[in-house]
Structure formats: C-alpha cells, structure tokens
Design a protein around this ligand. Structure first.
Ligand code: SF4
Ligand code: SF4
Length: 177
C-alpha cells in the first residue's frame, strides 16, 4: 500500500471547500490550517495563466520531519502516512522548521499538527474529507502500488508534478498539470 493524493490543477476553482471541510473534520483551531489553496501565476505577460492549487502535507517518502523528531512522535504508518503521536510530541518545533512545505503548525494545545490524510476516515473505508467535498472532483486518493487504481492511472496518462522535487523528500501529493 502506498497512499497518494492526486490533484487536478485544471479542475480546481479555488473555492476552498477543501479547507473548510478539513477544519470541521479535524477541529482545526481558528487561525490555523492543515490545508490551504494558493494562486500561482505562470508565464510572462501577456501569456499569463493562474494555477490554483490545494496544498497540504505531502506525506513524503523521505521526510525530514520524521528524521529530525527527537522523540519519535513523528513517524510513518501503514501506506506511508506521516503521522504525529500527540502524546509523544513535546512541541519542540524541530519538525516545523524542517518541513520545506510549511505543512506543520504548533497547535495551541502544545503539540504539532498537520494533515493526516484523514487517517481516521481511511480506517473506515472513506476518502479524506477534502477529497469527499470537492465540488469539481479535482482531488483523487488511492494506492499507488495498485497499477489499476485511479491515482495510478491518472499519473500514467496525464502530465504531473510534485512540489519542490529538488529537495529530495519524495512527496506523495501529485499535481496534474
Ligand atoms: S510535507 Fe513536510 S510535514 Fe509533510 S511529510 Fe513532507 S516534510 Fe513532513
Ligand atoms: S514538535 Fe513534536 S513531532 Fe515535532 S520534532 Fe518536536 S517532538 Fe517531534
């Protein structure tokens, strides 16, 4: 099992429903976020286009956040999920500093938090809440080790990118372009 999220930047309309769904599902405190939408201008005038992108933790295969954690609170779980054990987290913030994607935040309750790919929903056979609410169905979730899965097929048949591949973290959120 290798969980991955695939997001079609051609279909995203920037509505932020994914952000609201995540905040409700994961009781994210006001002023913080586990996912967010950015607008990225591409090209040069007059041939400029805007890419809309829903971003979150990339559940990297080679995660600096896991490597630097002094207590083991940040760890890998089944399917390559990168998770934080709140009970073991001492809130030192090393992982927050190490993440090239600014995907983590220090929760007011004293631990570090971030996207979990809605691990609790996956255990119930559901998709992450952001994926389930997207009105344009631009987000896909599944197993990259299954060559017949929707995510595998999309990456096989479409052009895609990951964010900051040069830092070597092997992100598992893929953007169709
Ligand atoms: S995006 Fe950041 S927090 Fe998420 S696994 Fe990668 S390095 Fe860690
Ligand atoms: S803040 Fe918590 S999860 Fe992050 S490095 Fe420190 S102990 Fe580990």
């Amino acid at each position: 099992m290798r969980y991955a999220m695939v997001i079609d930047t051609k279909k995203c309309v920037g509505c932020s429903d994914c952000v609201v769904a995540c905040q409700n599902e994961n009781r994210v405190p006001i002023g913080y976020c586990r996912d967010w939408v950015i607008e990225h201008a591409k090209g040069a005038f007059p041939n400029v286009s805007i890419e809309l992108r829903s971003e979150r933790c990339n559940h990297c295969e080679n995660s600096p956040c896991v490597r630097c954690c002094p207590t083991g609170a940040s760890h890998y779980e089944e399917g390559g999920l990168v998770m934080v054990d709140r009970g073991a987290c001492i809130g030192c913030g090393a992982c927050v500093q190490s993440c090239p994607y600014n995907a983590r935040f220090s929760h007011p309750e004293g631990y570090v938090d971030k996207c979990s790919f809605c691990n609790h929903r996956l255990k119930e056979g559901k998709s992450p809440s952001c994926v389930s609410v997207c009105p344009t169905n631009c987000m896909y979730f599944g197993d990259l080790n299954d060559s017949e899965s929707q995510v595998s097929q999309l990456l096989k048949n479409r052009d895609w990118k990951v964010l900051a591949p040069e830092v070597g973290t092997k992100p598992q959120v893929y953007y169709l372009i």
